[in-house]
Ligand binder design. Sequence first.
Ligand code: ADP
Ligand code: MG
Length: 699
Amino acid sequence: MSKNIPELYGSLVFSDSEMKSRLPKDIYRALAKTIHNGTHLELDVANAVAVAMKEWALEHGATHFTHWFQPLTGITAEKHDSFLSPTGGGEAIMEFSGKELIKGEPDASSFPSGGLRATFEARGYTAWDPTSFAFIKGHTLCIPTAFCSYSGEALDKKTPLLRSMEAISKEAVRLLHILGNTEVRRVLSTVGAEQEYFLIDKSLYQQRKDLIFCSRTLFGAAAPKGQEMDDHYFGTIRPRVEAFMEDLNKALWELGIPAKTEHNEVAPSQHELAPTFETVNVAVDHNQLVMEMMKRIADQHDLACLLHEKPFEGINGSGKHDNWSLSTDTGINLLDPGKTPAENTQFLLFLAAVIKAVDEYADLLRVSVATAGNDHRLGANEAPPAVVSMFLGDELGAIVEAIKSDTYFSGSGTVEMTMGPKVLPHFIKDNTDRNRTSPFAFTGNKFEFRMPGSSLSLSGPNTVLNTAVAEALSQFSDILEKVPSEGLPDAVHTLLRDSFRTHERIIFNGNGYTEEWLEEAKQRELPNLKSTPDALPHMISDKNICLMTKHSVLTKEEIFARYEIALENYVKTLHIESKTLIEMVQKDFLPSSISYAGELAFTGAKKRQLSDSISTRTEEMLAAKLSLLNDRISGGLEQLKEDTAAAERLEGYLEAARYYQETILPEIEALRLLLNEAEELIPDDCLPYPTYSRLLFSV
Ligand code: ADP
Ligand code: MG
């Protein structure tokens, strides 16, 4: 296959080169202007693009087209329309117009809107995002689109992300111009999304209701072996998994998704895929496709791909690292420490802006990754804690320290001495080791935000990150704008010093998994929002609403709608988990456990009939232990039933979310422990579902 990869790559994408070769020159130029500068797309241009796109799609076997969008469910949606247009007399032509390309009108009433969509106006509309290329999936031409209500409120994940890209571009360009870097006209955030996932055997997956309904196991005794031997990480990839990865790569490459690395992860059956970074909206679209393709191709290999943050207790869960940076249209990575002091000034200002943003909006970053699934991961000593802090590394940390204290920087090795406190240090790329326990780590020329869960759309975290950094940059510009150019070096130095002083509390280079850190974080007054119901109310604080509205990323109404939907999702997730557990215990576990206990008693009785001298102690002991556990499980089950019914009567999503978190979740966890204990006494072939041993070690 390797021979054909360059040919394969992007073959199902209506890419820039396809457009260039298929469109009349003036049309291509007009479209390129829309793509690069965000100018309005005229209908005649759209019509010409639609014709070329349709021709290309038909050549590649497409029969349908769809506006592919990302509603607030967190996954993607599509409604297929055929190109077919009957012309009468039993004949038909294949048609696709500019209007159909740029605008769709799906019924919005079945997607979450958080009350935004007035009931009398069920229509929503989708609008083409020409910066993300159209592609073919199966027999359908997919056109990446934004999704809004009829009155223009965003009902999706793409719209605010695009708006946040505008905000950060505007503010970054403004600051660069003040610094004299006037060639730059646009700044884009770039993202590389590392995706973790589990692969298990499909036939085993199908035997577990918890995996089917909740995407995670709700109980299961630990396998004799877990991840303690450290033998899976980067281990040899087994043939079945390799075959899956090969097909996955092929599918992704065809879609122009730059899948780059793949390896086994820490936990058994866990793997990771990382693509090369791209512009953030494209990276987010591509990550959605990666997740979709993983599931689809796993299925073709009789595997099930689990994207849940914590499918199994006792071994690592899965995350999605968001590698984030800023890049100018002149090709400069703004978070790459340059080789000259001038470049370093620029770098340090952008660094200071990120530090300020992460400190001031730590709560909002935490909100952006808050889901029921991710709550199992954050703070479980395998993923960053729920406290947001930032890792800079020793060298960069020392530079920040020097600026903060107005002293000379006297780092070692590659670092040059500064001339004086008012001159910024000249240093080269920081190559310090990487702190895996930090939620937000500087990794040489980008930041890595490690809190997002594996199933999350990266739209939310990047929308917050872009907007918060835009705000910090804007405040810097407000200050520096007033300074005459000869005073600029001094003003920048003072600004950096003051900013580092104000926000130093967010910087932490130590081990984020320790109790001592959590204690220290409390002293530093950093928020520790442990669960989703703790985090979500921060979404609607005045400070955070102010941020989003000031930069026109979300309106107040849109924020409240999202807040409500997030709470609703949390409640629904836990409700389904509770109902699933109730059903599994009632209909599957207890009948099996009772019948095994009965079998033991029966065998014991039969032995006694034969002769009083045959010992039946083992049967009796086991039967007694199991019966006792069964009683306790039944007790827990009844309690859970009662409290879940009570939850259904609660009004108000926040109240319900808190109730699920404080009452239902602990009951689910308590039942889990009892079930695990009982499971250890029951032979595998008496259990109505496959155990952890089989789930985790069968592929
Ligand atoms: P790791 O050891 O975490 O895998 P890598 O250097 O392989 O580190 O990078 C991980 C991810 O970071 C990749 O997806 C890569 O494309 C991405 N990345 C690298 N540079 C940038 C950048 N400037 N902006 C955004 N992402 C980047
Ligand atoms: Mg990483």
